[in-house]
Design a protein around this ligand. Structure first.
Ligand code: SAM
Length: 245
């Protein structure tokens, strides 16, 4: 490829991803602030505002690739601490940090942490009112399979929300963004964890991820209705929404 990254076969992909997040789990939250210059907070707040969780103790959300809990904590708070969120991640190190944070915030009763794969969810069909995934689906080797699983575990009338890096559609910003992501992010990664390669892979995965329209089409193909999206910060990130009707 033009950036000199090697192609990662899908069988190897999950291993590389797991490597990155085991290494960074402890420093993940601070790295997010550094690498996104704080923007991830704004995007996550917007995602949870779009979800507008019901203030009701029967409301159940599944936050996949939930990592250290950022989305789940926001959802529980937005429901006046009534909703229940299940934080699912393939990586026990990330979940461990999330569980500690949940204790500190006294949110433990509203949360369940589960180590599992987005491609094979350990829940019955029709379990959740909402399925959220933030900056996670790009890391999953078979995105189509993860989307089918999302559809399966949602109740009828349930909502899918996906927050992910997307295609920058603003002149100039795209150049600045490329320079930032292809140079700064692997450097920070190396400085903080001692290894740049996994970060190069993550940056490459952003570049390969389908743009807003193409990803909307993938969501429709998984059976979702009324699929829409909103670009944030000139398209650096986008929120996709779909319904199981
Ligand atoms: N959602 C959190 C946030 O926005 O701060 C964490 C996002 S982090 C960039 C990506 C997460 O995806 C990591 O915690 C990683 O372990 C998880 N992940 C990667 N592949 C996965 C898979 N196949 N199933 C579930 N989680 C996965």
């Amino acid at each position: 490829t033009s950036y000199g990254f090697r192609e990662v076969p899908s069988g190897e992909k999950q291993g590389l991803v797991n490597d990155v997040f085991h290494k960074v789990a402890r420093r993940y939250d601070i790295m997010n602030d550094v690498m996104s210059m704080g923007m991830h907070r704004v995007w996550k707040d917007a995602m949870v505002a779009a979800l507008n969780p019901r203030k009701d103790s029967g409301y159940k959300v599944l936050d996949v690739a939930g990592g250290t809990g950022d989305i789940a904590f926001r959802i529980v708070e937005a429901s006046n601490r009534l909703a229940h969120a299940t934080v699912l991640d393939i990586n026990g190190s990330m979940l461990g940090v999330g569980a500690e944070r949940a204790d500190k915030k006294k949110l433990r009763d509203n949360l369940t942490f589960i180590e599992a794969n987005a491609e094979s969810l350990p829940f019955e069909a029709g379990t959740f009112d909402a399925y959220t995934i933030a900056f996670g689906i790009r890391n999953v080797p078979h995105i189509d399979v993860a989307l089918l699983e999302a559809h399966r575990v949602l109740k009828r009338g349930g909502r899918l929300l996906v927050l992910e890096f997307s295609e920058v559609d603003m002149p100039l910003l795209d150049k600045v963004y490329e320079a930032w992501s292809f140079n700064a992010i692997p450097r920070f990664g190396k400085a903080i964890t001692g290894d740049a390669e996994p970060y190069q892979y993550l940056v490459e995965s952003i570049r390969k991820f389908p743009n807003q329209e193409n990803f909307a089409e993938m969501i429709r193909n998984a059976g979702f209705s009324r699929v829409t999206y909103t670009s944030y910060t000139g398209g650096i990130a986008a929120l996709h929404s779909g319904w199981k009707l």
